[in-house]
Design a protein around this ligand. Structure first.
Ligand code: AMP
Length: 189
């Protein structure tokens, strides 16, 4: 099963992607985790990405598309995956479609975790305390990330809806219940 998880920052996307990946034996690939690791290790990618991440902006498409292209080409994704945090823009979604096609592959579903703005802001401020993520601690950076999500990422919802692979799941409530809802939306079971 080849899946993309979509949802605003603080929607629980990362937590749920991890749980579903484990349950369904899929590879979980989070571009946010990958970039944070690159920044921590001071790699060339990390050096380029740092300033965008600190400001709550997206890193340029070509930086991140190149990384996903390498993963597709390496065969790492051949046994099924959940992409978490990618694609984030319509050009990224188009690039993904093209590279998968080249590999005789495609996405099965795009899962949108649906959570209202007010809830998202609450969750991000508590995550800042728990996980110590710098981009969650600063209210103006959080607001910018939500703005960026609305302007640059939300249009992907129409893109996948147009491809008839979009599934919307209510992201409010108990973590276990949300995992069950997601599993049902993905497998029909
Ligand atoms: P996340 O953990 O998914 O919220 O990502 C944290 C930060 O990493 C984002 O605010 C962006 O700066 C950057 N990032 C992660 N994934 C992408 C992507 N697909 N395209 C551009 N920037 C990204």
């Amino acid at each position: 099963m080849n899946l993309v998880f979509l949802g605003p920052p603080g929607s629980g996307k990362g937590t749920q992607a991890k749980r579903i990946a484990e349950k369904m034996n899929l590879l979980h690939l989070s571009t946010g985790d990958l970039l944070r690791e690159a920044v921590k290790n001071g790699t060339a990618l990390g050096k380029k990405a740092k300033k965008y991440m600190e400001a709550g902006e997206l890193v340029p498409d070509e930086l991140i598309v190149g990384i996903i292209e390498e993963k597709v080409a390496s065969g790492e994704l051949d046994n099924g995956y959940i992409l978490d945090g990618f694609p984030r823009t319509v050009p990224q979604a188009e690039a993904l479609k093209k590279m998968l096609k080249k590999n005789n592959s495609k996405l099965d579903k795009a899962i949108l975790i649906d959570v209202a703005d007010a809830e998202v802001i609450n969750r991000l401020s508590s995550r800042a305390k728990i996980e110590g993520r710098a981009d969650d601690a600063d209210v103006s950076v959080v607001k910018n990330r939500l703005d960026v999500y609305k302007k640059q990422t939300q249009p992907i919802i129409d893109f996948y809806s147009g491809e008839s692979i979009l599934k919307k799941v209510n992201g409010l409530g108990n973590i276990d219940d949300i995992t069950k809802r997601l599993h049902q939306a993905i497998t029909g079971k």
